[in-house]
Design a protein around this ligand. Structure first.
Ligand code: SAH
Ligand code: CA
Length: 249
């Protein structure tokens, strides 16, 4: 969100003035540059197919951006993640980005994926990419599923990486449970923590209804994560903002 005169210089007048625009960079041109130089030329063909398929879906605003998909894929490889979980699947773009990064080995514990709404769009592509065997679904709202997982001590400290990208008004409820499930040294990634730039918008700024509704929850989450002594954090302006939390105790 440009706070100086810069916003008037962008050729796509308006896009960066509205709170609720996805790119947090100073111009759309800069974001396009990243996509065209580093992301699209290296994007896995299945990722491209799913991205294009999802673009035609009415709720496509929810999908993970291609640059963030590339980031998640790289991150999982860097931390050598094996057991992962995702909350908030939609058509499965971030799921595919992470599944492609997991080791092929069949003996590896599978990620648990919750709530498969709209996933039927992505499943054929994920099957074609040959990574569907790395995915296990647990259907339904995430909270009761997490409560079940937490009940079993065996699950405690068993996840290397957990990506949270669902209902923002529940993130703090998820955090209470996920902190037990992620291993010490493992990572929880909370997505959309810059919430379309609205976290710094004045209360009377024009905002879409859903942006305004979830904004307070995101602000509350960000405050809580910043003072949580059990984690180290790093908030990255990738996509719509992702806060990485590394469990330290
Ligand atoms: N990561 C996805 C985008 C997720 S969009 C991608 O890369 O495309 C948010 C998703 O969270 C939606 O599919 C929605 O159905 C799901 N969701 C919303 N509330 C939920 C809940 N209580 N439990 C689990 N999933 C939920
Ligand atoms: Ca998201």
């Amino acid at each position: 969100m440009a706070s100086n005169g810069e916003q008037n210089q962008t050729s796509e007048a308006g896009r960066h003035q509205e709170v609720g625009h996805k790119s947090l960079l100073q111009s759309d041109a800069l974001y396009q540059y990243i996509l065209e130089t580093s992301v699209y030329p290296r994007e896995h063909e299945a990722m491209k197919e799913l991205r294009e398929l999802t673009a035609k879906h009415p709720w496509n605003i929810m999908t993970t951006s291609a640059d963030e998909g590339q980031f998640l894929n790289m991150l999982l490889k860097l931390i050598n993640a094996k057991n992962t979980m995702e909350i908030g699947v939609y058509t499965g773009y971030s799921l595919l980005a992470t599944a492609l990064a997991l080791p092929k080995d069949g003996k590896v514990p599978r990620p648990r994926i919750l709530y498969k709404e709209n996933y039927e769009l992505g499943l054929p592509v994920i099957k074609k990419a040959g990574v569907d065997h790395k995915i296990t679904f647990k259907e339904g709202p995430a909270l009761p599923v997490l409560d079940e997982l937490v009940k079993d001590e065996k699950n405690h400290g068993s996840y290397d990486f957990i990506f949270v990208d669902a209902d923002k008004d529940n993130y703090l409820n998820y955090h209470k449970r996920l902190i037990d499930l992620v291993k010490v040294g493992g990572v929880i990634g909370y997505d959309n923590t810059l919430w379309n730039g609205s976290v710094v918008a004045p209360a009377d700024a024009p905002m879409r209804k859903y942006v305004r509704y979830y904004r307070d929850f995101v602000l509350e989450l960000n405050k809580a994560l910043a003072v949580d002594p059990r984690i180290e954090i790093c908030m990255l302006p990738v996509g719509d903002g992702i806060t990485l939390c590394r469990r330290i105790s």
